[in-house]
Design a protein around this ligand. Structure first.
Ligand code: 3H9
Length: 680
């Protein structure tokens, strides 16, 4: 776990714990012993700490969290580094994250490559840097810069770190070790960060909170991070660290951190397909075709262009093609205007795009993604045509949100090459891709679908075939519950408020307004068979039309709509329903608990591989609050028996189609998880 070498008077300590050099027990012990031994070795004048493999160190070993701590703790190790009578240099390449950066902060000098990533991402796990990071970082770079790094959790580059005073020298990666040894050999004295005091302005904390209030509202960890940094300004190191430790343990025991740690591992587990051999060879994807230059097709194309993969985009009419291409450019230019892309990068991305009306231009693509509107006949026709021209071995994907990949695959002579790649809107931004596995999808096609999605920066989750796959299948009972409650007497604001208070970015009705009330509408204003029909008939199609369940101003901000409420009232009385008061509790059950029930059904049908995959779908595709861990984790934490009894209590209002999932009931009764394991 630790390798030590002598380079003349310099002792190098290499962390060798692949893949990420996490600071597990053996690593901590190894560093500690090496530092102690070096103190007694007269031949050693300085010490160098660096990481083997692709990075310095990704921090504490997260798999050890929740277990009793084995000595020495990380703080003990880092305090020993700082207390070393011989100068200690940290040489950083790749990433120095969390406890990894804290080790470097304990060192007396820091050298890094320009592209190294230095960060304290603990906040993303619902924690704070618990091994001195909140105390030493502000002593080095000041309060505001330290708060930025600690509260956002976003890493900075080596170059930026040098500007801030966190890094002493920048060195090319190939020369890192050699230069660090040479530098260490010149050092005479240690230089301890802990002895410094923090310079800050009286209103720095208030300004930070004011500026970041919205982002950190309702979250435990950012608040604790700020409090810990504040302690650094008033207390000496040891006392500050004590405060930091107390806050760290409070967070670690809290529900939010448990949920965020679950989400971290859930995301990585989602990449694994249980019944696929690990060594399945991937198909090469060097060129991508996209059919349809609408909002979805354009957004999907952008992901590939941004990753440097050429895209041929096909439309039926020149006007639609021009509009789609124009929108792609406009999106890129907006990103450049915000400083998140250079103009040269915009041009480089656009240069990879080939817009065409010629379907045959897809002949040399390795992957073709169909992104036209949801109509099975249209999709079948496209796939049959594609079958005639795509090169053998090309992967044929549909971006359908609901329709059967198996039926689409049957329109080709090569169903083994067909799968679903379901992107979420806006497709250039939302990170989720449901990779839909048809009955005949070949293992290498599935594995390539997952790999390509990751290559373009997405979080892929495998789904089996069912109406709506994982995400939309679970969405349906949620939307149905919301619509039914409107008819029974709740207002849109009341229903949505419950979801927003829970932490969702918007409620179910705001979501319908965003997606378009008219999605799937028959377009006959005289045929009014549902509340949606009633709104559509008068042009209340949602945000894009300035009104749906809500009214929207020019900035698309919602306000309660007297017009919509009148339509709801009228529809209700026509349906002969007497309005009643509906409690927030009932809204919770009919918009949230019903999702859990549907999720359990999906699990027993084998549509989702595991409960945590469903969590990832909802966190990345629909904005489910990450700090609750996703719907299935949340249900487990709430208590499955509580979920079951709440659903049972409201069963007579959940519609004739509702049934309790036997898997859910059984798990609740036997104290199991939704994956059928013993609940811990
Ligand atoms: C901390 O440091 C607390 C301290 O302040 C105080 C303590 C007292 N531990 O992401 P990848 C695994 S909190 C254990 O696919 P990449 C990961 O699960 C920590 N395991 O690779 C995966 O396993 P598997 C603060 C870890 O190249 C494998 O390594 N640090 C850890 O895309 C590869 O990971 C963080 O929050 C860990 N710390 O990304 C950093 N990290 O193959 C968390 C990773 O079995 N890590 N694994 O699925 C990351 O952000 C990314 O992993 C990293 C590499 C950017 C490093």
């Amino acid at each position: 776990m630790i390798e030590t070498h002598r380079h003349g008077p310099v002792l190098s300590i290499q962390i060798a714990n692949p893949p990420v050099n996490a600071l597990s027990e053996a690593v901590r012990r190894g560093i500690h012993q090496a530092i102690e031994a070096a103190q007694k070795d007269d031949g050693v004048s300085a010490i160098l700490i660096h990481g083997g493999g692709r990075m310095f160190c990704a921090g504490a070993d997260i798999t050890e969290f929740g277990k009793p701590l084995a000595e020495p703790g990380l703080s003990t190790v880092i305090d020993a580094i700082e207390a070393s009578a011989k100068p200690v240099v940290a040489a950083i390449h790749g990433s120095a994250l969390g406890g990894g950066l804290e080790v470097a902060l304990g060192a007396h000098y820091r050298i890094a490559t320009a592209s190294a990533k230095l960060g304290l991402p603990e906040v993303a796990l619902g924690l704070l840097p618990g091994a001195g990071g909140t105390q030493r970082l502000p002593r080095l770079i000041g309060v505001s810069a330290a708060l930025d790094m600690i509260v956002s959790g976003t890493p900075i580059s080596g170059s930026k770190a040098q500007e801030l005073g966190l890094i002493d020298r920048i060195v090319a990666e190939d020369d890192l070790l050699e230069e660090a040894v040479a530098f260490a050999a010149t050092l005479k004295e240690p230089r301890t960060t802990g002895e410094r005091t923090v310079a800050f302005e009286a209103d720095e904390f208030d300004r930070f909170v004011e500026h970041n209030g919205r982002k950190i509202n309702g979250l435990d960890a950012p608040r604790a991070c700020i409090e810990a940094v504040r302690a650094a300004t008033t207390l000496p190191l040891a006392a500050g660290q004590e405060r930091e430790r107390a806050l760290f343990h409070e967070l670690m025991d809290g529900a939010q951190s448990r949920a965020l740690r679950h989400a971290f591992f859930a995301e990585r587990t989602a990449a694994k397909i249980d019944d696929l051999p690990k060594d399945v060879a991937l198909r090469p994807v060097g060129k991508v075709g996209v059919i349809g230059a609408g909002t979805m097709g354009g957004g999907i194309s952008m992901n590939f262009l941004s990753a440097g993969i050429p895209v041929t985009i096909v439309e039926m009419a020149q006007e639609a093609l021009d509009r789609g291409t124009g929108l792609i450019r406009q999106n890129y230019e907006a990103t450049a205007a915000k400083g998140r892309m250079t103009n040269a990068q915009v041009e480089a991305a656009m240069a990879l795009l080939t817009p065409t009306l010629d379907f045959d231009a897809l002949a040399d693509c390795d992957l073709v993604i169909e992104a036209v509107y949801e109509n099975m006949d249209v999709k079948k026709e496209i796939f049959a045509r594609l079958d005639g021209i795509a090169r053998p071995g090309a992967i044929l994907a549909s971006n359908t949100s609901y329709l059967s990949i198996d039926e689409i695959a049957q329109a080709t002579t090569r169903p083994q090459d067909v799968l679903g790649l379901h992107f979420f809107s806006p497709a250039n931004i939302m990170k989720l891709v449901e990779v839909v596995r048809g009955a005949q999808t070949a293992p290498d096609v599935l594995a390539t679908g997952m790999s390509v999605a990751r290559k373009i920066g997405k979080v892929p989750v495998v789904s089996g075939v069912c109406f709506g796959f994982i995400g939309n299948r679970i969405l349906d009972p949620r939307l149905e519950g919301a619509m039914d409650m409107l008819l029974e007497g709740a207002t849109p604001e009341q229903i949505d408020r419950v979801s927003v208070a829970f932490g969702m970015p918007m409620g179910p009705l705001q979501m319908i307004d965003l997606a378009g009330v008219d999605i799937g509408w028959h377009r006959d204003p005289t045929r009014i068979e549902s509340l949606r029909d009633a709104l559509n008939a008068v042009g209340r199609w949602g945000q894009k039309a300035g009104g749906g369940f809500y009214d929207y101003d020019g900035k698309r901000r919602p306000s309660p709509s007297p017009a919509a409420n009148a339509i709801i009232d009228e529809y209700r009385s026509r349906a002969g329903i007497t309005p009643r008061a509906i409690s927030d509790k009932e809204i919770m059950v009919r918009t949230m608990h019903v999702m859990v029930n549907e999720g359990a059904k999906i699990l027993s049908e084998g549509i989702a591989q595991r409960a945590s995959d469903i969590d990832i779908v909802w966190i990345y595709g629909y904005g489910w609050p990450r700090h609750t861990g996703g719907p299935m984790f949340w249900a487990q934490q709430t208590g499955l028996s509580h979920v079951v009894s709440a659903l049972e209590r409201h069963a007579d209002r959940l519609g004739d189609d509702f049934s309790l999932s036997p898997r859910l009931v059984e798990a609740a009764r036997n104290g199991l998880t939704l994956d059928g394991k013993q609940a811990g």
